[in-house]
Design a protein around this ligand. Structure first.
Ligand code: FES
Length: 131
């Protein structure tokens, strides 16, 4: 890799894992031209490097579904709106105030809309999403 390549590379340090296994950071290097948005970058990683990376989205850059929320360098963002710059390193994590499913996927459904478990109680407990 030349210094020019390094200047054009975007590095994503992504929190991987689930609530049971704990979290580890995994770094992915992607071409600067492959990702204008964080969602573009995550999709590039899944298509070209690691198809096990879990993240959620539905509308792809239309900002309509609101399912792509993650933490980017400590701030909550919509991955489809967050812009990436070549030559930078970013840390991406799941939403901290929602139950972690895996990697960047959290359970964002309101408690009243979650499926009932076999005992008849809602997962996540009463009033979890009420503020
Ligand atoms: S992908 Fe739908 S709002 Fe971001």
């Amino acid at each position: 890799m030349t210094s020019s390549d390094t200047e054009q590379t975007i590095r994503l340090r992504v929190h991987r894992g689930c609530a049971r296994s704990g979290s580890t950071l995994q770094e992915y290097a992607i071409p600067g031209t492959a990702a204008a948005s964080l969602l573009d970058g995550l999709r590039w990683v899944r298509a070209h490097v690691d198809d096990t990376l879990a993240f959620r989205y539905a509308c792809i850059n239309a900002n309509a579904c609101k399912e792509c929320m993650v933490r980017l360098d400590g701030k909550t963002v919509y991955a489809c709106l967050a812009r990436l710059e070549p030559g930078h390193t970013y840390e991406i994590g799941p939403l901290p105030n929602k139950p972690l499913v895996r990697d960047l996927v959290t359970d964002i459904a309101p408690a009243k809309e979650r499926l009932l478990d076999l005992s008849g109680s809602r997962e996540g407990g009463e009033g979890e999403d009420e503020a």
